[in-house]
Design a protein around this ligand. Structure first.
Ligand code: SAM
Ligand code: SF4
Length: 466
C-alpha cells in the first residue's frame, strides 16, 4: 500500500471554519490523506480563510508568501505540493486569488467542501480549479464522518454545525454574501452526528451557526424545530454531559430558549450574545433590529432563568457616524451588564456591504483610541467576574495535559480555562475543583473533596422567564 499523502489544514477566523476544516480532513481521509501538523512535509496545504475584517483577509496573502516558498522547496526536492484556498476569502475573491498568488492551485468556497476530491482531480488535470458556486445539494449530506480515532485525537469537546449562512444583513457584515442564505440542517442528521461523536468519547457539544438561534431545521416529526427543542433532544444523548451554542443574535432569543437555560441542566451557564454597540442610533445604522433596551431586557430575562449566567459579547468601535456620545453609551452598557469577556474590533469597511459606502467613516486613530478604552472596560468586567469564582467549587471538564508536569487543563461551566494538578486519567471526566488562584484570566484550582453544589433556581424564579 502507498504511504498516505500528507494534508496540512490551517483555519483562520471563526469556529465554523475550525469545524469545516475538520470535515474537509474527514472527507479526504478515505482518499488517502492523513493530517500532519508540519506544513513543510505536506503534499496538500489548505488555508481555510476568513473575510470578516480586512486584516483577517490579508492574513491569507501573507501566509501564501510562506506557502509559495514551501512549494518551491518541495519542487526542488522533486515533490508536488498542491496549494488550496478555501473559506470566505475564496468565496469573495475567487480567481483573483490565483492572479495575486500564482502558487495557488485550487480556490473553493464554503459550499463546495464536499466536492474536494473531485476538485483536486480537476486541478491535477487542468493545472488550476476554482469553485465558488452555491450548489443546491446540501454539502453536509456528502461530507464524511470522522473515524473514532480522529474524533478521540480532537478531544472531548466538539463543535457541530447546525445552521449556516445568515439573512440578517447587518450593514457591516460580509457573512450573508460569503456564506449565503440561512440554512438549518435537519434534526435527524445532527443527532446522528452527535451520537457518533458521543460513542467516540466526546462529552461536550457546542452547536454552532452564524446565527445559531435562528435555527429552524426539520424535526423528527417533519415539522420545523427551534434551537430550544433541538437542545432538549440532544441532551438525551447518552454520554453528552455539557451543551453550549454559539453565535446567537439578540433578536432570536425566544422564550423557549431562555427557559432552556433554567430547565436544562446540561446547558452550561454561559452565552455569547453579541450586542456590537450601546447606542441606539448606531444599532439602527448597523441594521441590528434591536435597541439597547431590548438587549438589556433579554439579559434580564436570561438572568431570571439562570442567575449565574456568564455573558460574553462582540463589540465594534468606530462604525461610520459613531460619536464620542455613542461610544460613551457603549461603555455604560458594558458596566451595566457586567460581561465575563468579549471580543472587540475596530470597524473594517468590507467591499460590497452598505457600511463601506457610508460617508461618515471614523478616523483610524479615533478607532484605535476607543478600542483601547473599550478593552480596558471589558478587562475590568472580566477580572470582576473571575474574582467572583475565587474559593468557589466548580465542575471542571478536563480536556488535556497542561504545560507543567502533573497539570491538567479543563473548562469551568462558564468556559474559563482552569489549571489543576490532577491525574491524567481525569482527561474526559468532570471533577469538582475549588478555585484557589487567578492569573491573566486563567483560573487555578485543586481537586475538591466534595462535589460542586448543584444549581437550583430559587422557587420565586422557577416560573419566570418562559
Ligand atoms: N452572527 C454574529 C452576530 O450577529 O453577532 C457574529 C458574526 S461575525 C462572524 C463575528 C463578529 O465579527 C461580529 O459579531 C462583529 O463584532 C465582528 N465583525 C463583523 N464584521 C465586521 C467588520 N466589518 N468590522 C469589524 N468587525 C466586524
Ligand atoms: Fe453578520 Fe451576524 Fe449580522 Fe448575520 S447577524 S449579518 S452573521 S453580524
Amino acid at each position: 500500500m502507498n504511504d498516505p499523502r500528507k494534508l496540512y489544514v490551517k483555519s483562520f477566523g471563526c469556529q465554523m471554519n475550525v469545524y469545516d476544516s475538520r470535515r474537509m480532513a474527514d472527507t479526504l481521509a478515505p482518499h488517502g490523506y492523513a493530517e500532519t501538523a508540519a506544513a513543510a512535509e505536506a503534499d496538500l496545504i489548505i488555508l481555510n480563510s476568513c473575510h470578516i475584517r480586512e486584516k483577517a483577509a490579508e492574513k491569507i496573502y501573507s501566509e501564501l508568501g510562506r506557502v509559495r516558498r514551501l512549494k518551491e522547496a518541495a519542487a526542488a526536492a522533486g515533490r508536488r505540493l498542491v496549494v488550496a484556498v478555501a473559506g470566505c476569502v475564496a468565496q469573495a475573491e475567487g480567481e483573483e486569488i490565483i492572479r495575486r498568488a500564482p502558487a495557488v492551485d485550487l480556490v473553493f468556497g464554503p459550499q463546495s467542501y464536499h466536492r474536494l476530491p473531485e476538485l483536486l482531480a480537476r486541478a491535477a488535470r487542468d493545472g488550476k480549479a476554482v469553485d465558488t458556486e452555491f450548489p443546491i445539494d446540501d454539502k453536509f449530506d456528502h461530507l464524511a464522518a470522522p473515524s473514532a480515532a480522529a474524533t478521540r485525537a480532537r478531544g472531548v469537546s466538539s463543535f457541530v454545525t447546525v445552521q449556516e449562512g445568515c439573512d440578517k444583513f447587518c450593514t457591516f457584515c460580509v457573512v450573508p454574501y460569503t456564506r449565503g442564505a440561512e440554512l438549518s440542517r435537519p434534526v435527524a442528521k445532527i443527532l446522528a452526528e452527535i451520537e457518533h461523536l458521543a460513542a467516540a468519547g466526546v462529552r461536550e457539544i457546542t452547536l454552532i451557526g452564524q446565527n445559531v438561534n435562528a435555527y429552524h431545521g426539520e424535526g423528527t416529526d417533519g415539522r420545523p424545530w427551534s434551537l430550544a427543542r433541538l437542545l432538549h433532544r440532544v441532551a438525551q444523548i447518552d454520554g453528552i454531559e455539557r451543551l453550549r451554542y454559539t453565535t446567537s443574535h439578540p433578536r432570536d432569543m425566544d422564550d423557549d430558549l431562555i427557559a432552556a437555560h433554567r430547565d436544562l441542566g446540561t446547558l452550561m451557564p454561559q452565552l455569547h450574545l453579541p450586542v456590537q454597540s450601546g447606542s441606539d442610533r448606531i444599532l439602527a445604522a448597523m441594521n441590528r433590529r434591536h435597541s439597547c433596551a431590548d438587549y438589556r431586557n433579554t439579559v434580564e430575562r436570561l438572568r431570571q432563568a439562570r442567575p449565574d449566567l456568564a455573558l460574553t459579547s462582540d463589540f465594534i468601535v468606530g462604525f461610520p457616524g459613531e460619536t464620542e456620545g455613542d461610544f460613551a453609551a457603549t461603555l455604560s452598557l458594558i458596566d451595566a451588564i457586567g460581561f465575563s469577556g468579549a471580543f472587540s474590533f475596530k470597524y473594517s469597511p468590507r467591499p460590497g456591504t452598505p457600511g463601506a459606502d457610508m460617508t461618515d467613516q471614523v478616523d483610524e486613530a479615533v478607532k484605535s483610541e476607543r478600542l483601547q478604552r473599550l478593552q480596558a472596560a471589558i478587562d475590568r468586567n472580566q477580572a470582576a467576574f473571575n474574582r467572583g469564582c475565587l474559593d468557589r467549587t466548580l465542575d471542571v471538564l478536563f480536556e488535556r495535559r497542561g504545560r507543567h508536569a502533573g497539570q491538567l487543563v479543563g473548562r469551568s461551566p462558564y468556559l474559563q480555562p482552569v489549571q489543576v494538578v490532577a491525574p491524567a486519567a481525569l482527561i474526559g471526566e468532570i471533577a469538582a475543583v475549588t478555585i484557589t488562584d487567578i492569573a491573566s484570566n486563567s483560573l487555578f484550582g485543586a481537586l475538591a473533596a466534595t462535589p460542586a453544589p448543584v444549581f437550583a433556581p430559587e422557587p420565586a424564579l422557577a416560573g419566570a422567564g418562559a
